[in-house]
Design a protein around this ligand. Structure first.
Ligand SMILES: *Cc1c(COP(=O)(O)O)cnc(C)c1O
Length: 429
């Protein structure tokens, strides 16, 4: 390898952000399980508190294990910096806390993870941050929803759970024209399958709980600053970034920190004051998970395609919604934004409706019946009887959670065993 060749994705997944521990030589990043860090002297303490030097004060703000995770995800997403936090929802909250003032609006594609829909509709209202819903599969509807108060656009790359693939390039161009940042939730794709920055995203968020950590053992989230948005030249005033900051001696964050100012602002204002810090132990587990992200995603996609192909031919299956199937209406868009694979989460319809759906889930043995995705284990849920149980039939169908819908998150077990389990359960339905 030429010395000046930039390392590629699998190399970054293992090495980015990390170095042998300077004090012990430990090759693997240690779990810095400490609440706080000793100052060298009074001047050092003062410079840390004034943001004049980088260093550790207290684990609510920074921690060395967390810092390695941040360096790694920033590298994988092609960003300038990242902020790791306690959950995917905490990441989303801090993004909007950094961007919005009371009374501001943002446009979101309505094809989102159900928890995000709740967060935007209910909790955000308490801050008078107003979501305007549009159709993520129709970029023109996003453009139409933008008003003088709109300060951001939010979409998922591969949308949970319908197997939709979103035209990030078209939406990125809309954000550029409107002069506002595009935020992409890249949880279902992971940066291995899709790097939203290439299509115009300015900020990327993840639930690290899912494919990034990959083992269903810890909750975490991350914000990536792509370093692309010009806060100082923007038509809107993003106050947290551009105004003199009273809690840091009048410092203007965008002026001082340039192309990683958003990541700094989310940390030194949002995380500092709201407080959803990631535990060093969870950061360690997720970091270890990320080292095998490329291998896992290849196997997740290979298995998911095999399972979707099997289901699409099964006489008891009404339909299969997997973008990786060449017959899918989403396949062309998948080849555009995530050509290496369509991910591992998709839905299918079992003939016989509600009864058949619940029975199928009950008869599966290898699949775990639970509310999560992105685990090495294969997972299943019947939304109509669980996550979407409180809704009316019409609401459920509109949300893609009709009575016959079964959602799978295909793991990395042997595909014959995954298909065999579905085969025996379908025989019982
Ligand atoms: C799970 C999930 C979230 C929320 O993340 P948490 O880590 O559970 O807080 C957000 N977006 C998507 C697409 C998810 O799958």
């Amino acid at each position: 390898m030429a010395q000046d060749q930039a390392p590629k994705f699998s190399t970054l997944a293992i090495h980015a952000g990390a170095a042998p521990d300077p004090s012990t030589g430990a090759r693997v990043t240690p779990i810095y399980q400490t609440a706080s860090f000793v100052f060298n002297d009074a001047d050092h303490a003062a410079s840390l508190f004034g943001l004049e030097a980088f260093g550790n004060i207290y684990t609510r703000l920074t921690n060395p294990t967390q810092a390695v995770l941040e360096g790694r995800v920033a590298a994988l997403e092609g960003g300038t910096a990242a902020l790791a936090v306690a959950s995917g929802h905490a990441a989303q909250f801090l993004v909007f806390h950094t961007l919005l003032e009371p009374g501001d609006e943002f446009v979101a594609g309505r094809q989102l993870y159900g928890g995000s829909i709740n967060q935007f509709n209910h909790s955000f209202k308490k801050f008078n941050w107003n979501v305007v819903w549009a159709d993520a599969t129709d970029p023109a509807s996003i453009e139409k929803a933008i008003t003088a108060k709109t300060k951001a656009i939010f979409v998922e790359s591969i949308a949970n759970p319908g197997g939709l693939v979103i035209d990030l390039a078209a939406i990125g161009a809309i954000a550029k024209r409107a002069g506002i940042p595009l935020i992409v939730d890249n949880t279902l794709a992971s940066p291995y399958l899709c790097q939203p920055k290439q299509f115009g995203a300015d900020i990327v968020v993840h639930s690290l709980t899912k494919f990034m950590g990959g083992h269903g053992n810890s909750i975490g989230g991350v914000i990536v600053d792509c370093g692309t948005f010009d806060w100082l030249g923007a038509k809107h005033r993003y106050k947290t970034l551009v105004e003199p900051n009273a809690s840091y001696n009048g410092m203007k964050l965008a002026e001082t920190f340039g192309n990683f100012a958003f990541a700094i602002a989310a940390r030194v204002m949002g995380l500092r004051d709201i407080g959803p810090a990631i535990s060093p132990f969870n950061a360690f587990l997720i970091l270890t998970g990320i080292e095998t992200l490329p291998l896992r995603m290849q196997k997740h996609c290979e298995n998911a395609l095999a399972v979707a192909t099997y289901l699409s031919k099964h006489p008891k299956v009404a339909w299969v919604n997997y973008a990786g199937l060449p017959s899918s209406p989403n396949h062309a868009m998948q080849m555009k934004i995530a050509p290496k694979g369509a991910g591992a989460v998709f839905t299918f319809g079992v003939k016989g409706g509600y009864e058949a759906g619940t029975k199928l889930v009950a008869k599966l043995k290898l699949f775990s019946h639970l509310a999560n995705i992105g685990d090495v284990r294969s997972l299943v849920i019947h939304p109509a009887s669980t996550t979407h149980r409180q809704l009316t039939d019409e609401q459920r169908t509109a949300a893609g959670a009709g009575p016959d819908v079964v959602r799978l998150s295909i793991g990395i077990e042997d595909k014959d065993d995954i298909i065999g389990d579905l085969d025996q359960a379908l025989a019982e339905v």
